[in-house]
Design a protein around this ligand. Structure first.
Ligand code: KG4
Ligand code: ZN
Length: 357
């Protein structure tokens, strides 16, 4: 099957052509147009995002088809993100996808954006398939999911407040760094010379923030065992900045490092709890924060002793892209599922296929 994927949930207009069956499906083309305009506002402006998707969607799809060497006649089905995200942005992709499917007389399937992220790494690594423990960390979401099989998900943990990427972006702002902040925080954190403080160890007087929602007395079944929270950490950064305002990159570096260490340690330990509880031998990361080298390295270090493999997507597939949407759509299409032409967009919606934890 050849699936045209479309993604417009936030500030990337993306189209892809995927060809094949199940886990053997391959990316024929992938076009991602990032809306740079939001940088001047320090965050995504929903109305501007919708308008930018409108002007970009046709050329982006045309480019994806051209790159794949196919015409619109060769597409067997359309998969489009219809939730969750910015409704006005989602609607552009949904309206385009339905119109394309109607005109070409092919089926259309609505895809949950976060289910797309679960499939992303498998597109470039044949071993990143269920069963696995998934940690999805993006600008809008932080989800810890046990993936027993494609389409069978246990939602174990989520953030109580800010998403991991959102915390990176807000801390970047506090440190006077550009948006999106994640890569900038990572870059200056690497300038700090102190070593990473693992589970509660000292850093020889270096700045250290408490690990949020992480206590040894937490047990499976406790509400806090898998959940995370980053807003307190953001306040800790704010207090550090206020108490001695950093005047240079060298002075910002220890703060960025202490923040990143706290986020990374928390995510690693929560993920380890999930992998252990369900006896998983694979951990799959996804979302923009999975681009963070310190996070990936700490995950690999933690799991190496258990012989558990850690898979992280390359940046192109970690951040929002239509190839993962086409792949998740293909899974549902192969099960005989179809959406109607009344397919709508939703700002929030639970990931499909949830089973009790
Ligand atoms: O998945 P994504 O592209 O978009 C959403 O669906 O939100 O994730 C974007 C987020 C931003 O918050 C960005 O700051 C963060 O991913 N990010 C990073 C890094 N690269 C991107 N966070 C930490 N370290 C990075 N290297
Ligand atoms: Zn995303």
């Amino acid at each position: 099957m050849r699936v045209l994927g479309i993604e417009t949930s936030c500030d990337e207009t993306s189209a892809a052509v995927l060809e094949g069956a199940g886990d053997d499906a391959r990316i024929r083309s992938l076009v991602i147009l990032s809306q740079d305009v939001h940088r001047i506002f320090g965050g995504v402006v929903p109305e501007i995002a919708s308008r930018a998707h409108l002007t970009a969607i046709v050329p982006v799809v045309e480019q994806a088809l051209a790159d794949s060497g196919m015409g619109s006649n060769d597409v067997d089905a359309v998969a489009v993100t219809n939730a969750p995200g910015l409704v006005g942005a989602l609607l552009v992709g949904v309206a385009f996808g339905k119109a394309f499917a109607f005109a070409r007389r092919v089926p259309v399937i609505g895809v949950h954006h976060m289910e797309g992220h679960l499939f992303a790494t498998a597109l470039e690594n044949a071993a990143a398939v269920p069963p696995f423990t998934a940690l999805l960390v993006s600008g809008g979401h932080t989800l810890l999911i046990d993936v027993e099989a494609w389409g069978r998900y246990r939602l174990l943990g989520r953030t109580r407040d800010d998403a991991a990427g959102e915390a990176f972006d807000k801390v970047a702002k506090l440190l006077g760094l550009p948006y999106p902040g994640g890569p900038h925080v990572e870059r200056i954190a690497a300038l700090a010379t102190t070593s990473r403080a693992n589970d509660g160890g000292g850093t020889g007087g270096a700045l250290r923030f408490a690990r949020p929602m992480l206590r040894r007395d937490q047990r499976p079944g406790d509400a806090e065992y898998y959940d995370v929270s980053f807003s307190g950490l953001k306040t800790a950064v704010l207090n550090a900045v206020k108490s001695s305002p950093p005047a240079s990159e060298a002075e910002r570096a220890p703060i960025a490092r202490a923040f990143q260490d706290a986020v990374v340690d928390t995510l690693v330990q929560k993920t380890a709890r999930a992998a252990t509880a369900y006896g998983r031998r694979r951990v799959v990361l996804g979302g923009g924060v999975a681009c963070n080298g310190a996070l990936v390295a700490a995950m690999r270090e933690r799991f190496a002793r258990d012989g558990v493999d850690v898979f992280a997507p390359t940046p192109r597939l970690a951040t929002d892209n239509a190839a993962m949407i086409a792949r998740a759509g293909l899974f549902h299409l192969e099960r005989g599922e179809r959406s109607g032409l009344d397919l709508n967009a939703f700002a929030a919606s639970p990931i499909p296929g949830l089973v009790a934890a």
